[in-house]
Ligand binder design. Structure first.
Ligand SMILES: Cc1cc2nc3c(=O)[nH]c(=O)nc-3n(C[C@H](O)[C@H](O)[C@H](O)COP(=O)(O)OP(=O)(O)OC[C@H]3O[C@@H](n4cnc5c(N)ncnc54)[C@H](O)[C@@H]3O)c2cc1C
Length: 428
């Protein structure tokens, strides 16, 4: 493609669109690059991301490990990561004066702890390579012109830079009537919540995987566990009853139900399945994932012996938060003043069940404000992962969340935006 392209139009001023636009302008000095943004702000998600700190990427230097964090699009990003990976992101920002640091959970942030650092860097690149930015420009339609049917040097509203021999391949129509012409287009519009919002891309022949939310927390209306709001455990296992979905990690009890990495991972891996259940299902929590019901029974037998004279409520043997332990005893009809030696087997069985397999009815979800993504988007079999070019329309590229790629929390979604934006910028 590259040689015949004089003008690239990138649709969407988010992470992927910026990365594509600034890299394309830098890599192809004679290319005119135009970036179109429908709203009055660019990089708005970067700004609010990671609680205002921007979790730019994840500290991971193994592609095979990294791809395990993408519930959809793992195989696609695997190919793409061979072209631009986490170390390239780190290096790209470092070369432009932005140092990233790694936190204990391997999430990477700018050392300034401010997403503005990332925004300033991308805007500086935009200005340095003279990318033309149009705000409040909402593209509604892309018309593909057959190159050989076009008159060469067709006059355009913005076409002064197009050489007379150039053949315009695309016309982009904005909501306000403006028309942009381009030899190549990169669509980097982020995720849309409804399939109908992809109509203008379906008109180009592309198929859409139905969008559903990912990364949400579970609502448990009327569940007494909500009284423990703010309690968290460092490692719990959560299983969705009647499915293969299971995940473990930190779990946080909120005033509306449950959140934390264990829940968010489940919401991502189960995004489609849980949408089909209309977010009504049962979540089974094992508060002590080192045990199952049988091994815990054995453990309790020895604890009853070891702690015989001590009161169950005062002696919490598993280092669970005391409020959670009190709640689990109440749920098991155990008086906190009971001595371990006097624990009847019926109540012991209830305690085992509540510790290892406690069922919670989920009814509804709440979007996780820290890092929300949409699963679904442009079908990946129709896009070449090593160029990001459409297999259906030459000269049409895609980058970022518009693709049917989404990761769990931890910087994986931005890495997809940087990788796909960078690859699209090669215009191969
Ligand atoms: C609150 C929040 C926090 C997050 N935190 C993190 C994090 O810390 N780490 C991480 O990895 N991920 C995070 N994510 C996810 C991450 O922000 C997204 O995956 C990423 O921004 C996707 O980038 P994108 O450029 O593809 O899309 P977007 O950032 O959504 O940008 C798309 C842009 O296109 C514009 N647009 C849409 N349609 C049109 C049109 N027709 N014409 C013109 N312009 C259009 C939109 O206005 C938007 O500006 C977070 C998400 C949210 C919501």
């Amino acid at each position: 493609m590259e040689g015949s392209i004089k003008q690239l139009v990138v649709i969407g001023g988010g992470a992927a669109g910026f990365f594509c636009a600034v890299n394309a302008a830098r890599l192809h000095p004679h290319l005119k690059v135009i970036l179109l943004e429908k709203s009055s702000k660019v990089l708005s998600k970067v700004k609010v991301s990671g609680g205002g700190r921007c979790n730019v990427t994840h500290h991971c230097d193994s592609i095979s490990e990294m791809v395990k964090k993408y519930p959809r699009g793992g195989n696609f990003v695997k190919k793409a990561f061979h072209h631009f990976f986490t170390k390239d992101t780190i290096e790209w920002f470092r070369e432009r004066g932005v140092e990233l640091k790694t936190e204990a959970d391997n999430r990477m942030f700018p050392v300034t702890d401010s997403s503005q650092t990332i925004i300033d860097c991308l805007i500086a690149e935009l200005n340095r390579y003279e990318v033309e930015l149009w705000m409040n420009t909402d593209i509604k339609e892309i018309i593909v012109e057959e190159g050989d049917k076009m008159e060469t040097g067709a006059s355009t509203k913005m076409g002064d830079d197009i050489k007379s021999e150039a053949k315009t391949r695309f016309q982009l129509k904005a909501a306000d009537g403006k028309v942009f012409e381009a030899d190549a287009v990169c669509v980097a519009c982020g995720g849309f919540p409804k399939t109908s919002m992809f109509n203008w891309l379906q008109q180009l022949g592309h198929s859409i995987e139905e969008p559903v939310p990912s990364l949400f927390t579970f609502n448990m209306p009327g569940n007494p566990i909500a009284d423990l709001m703010g309690v968290s455990v460092p490692d719990a296992q959560v299983r969705i009853t009647g499915s293969k979905l299971v995940s473990s990690g930190p779990l946080l009890i909120t005033h509306w139900g449950m959140s934390g990495p264990a829940i968010l991972k489940l919401s991502a891996w189960g995004a489609r399945e849980l949408a089909e259940k209309n977010y009504k299902f049962s979540a089974m929590v094992n508060w002590l994932p080192a045990f199952n019901e049988n091994s815990l029974r054995d453990e309790l037998q020895s604890l009853r012996f070891e702690l015989a004279a001590q009161k169950i409520g005062h002696r919490n043997p598993f280092q669970l938060p005391q409020r959670l332990w009190d709640y689990l005893l109440r749920q098991s009809d155990i008086n906190a003043d009971l001595r371990w030696a006097d624990l009847p087997s019926k109540e012991q069985n209830k305690l085992i069940k509540n510790l290892c397999a406690q069922e919670h009815a989920v009814n509804g979800k709440t979007t996780f404000k820290e890092e929300f993504v949409t699963a679904g988007g442009i079908r990946l079999s129709e896009v070449d992962a090593s160029t990001m070019q459409s297999k259906l329309v030459p000269g049409l590229y895609f980058a970022g969340e518009i693709l049917d790629v989404d990761g769990i929390t931890g910087g994986f979604n931005f890495q997809n935006a940087w990788t796909s934006g960078f690859i699209a910028a090669q215009l191969k």
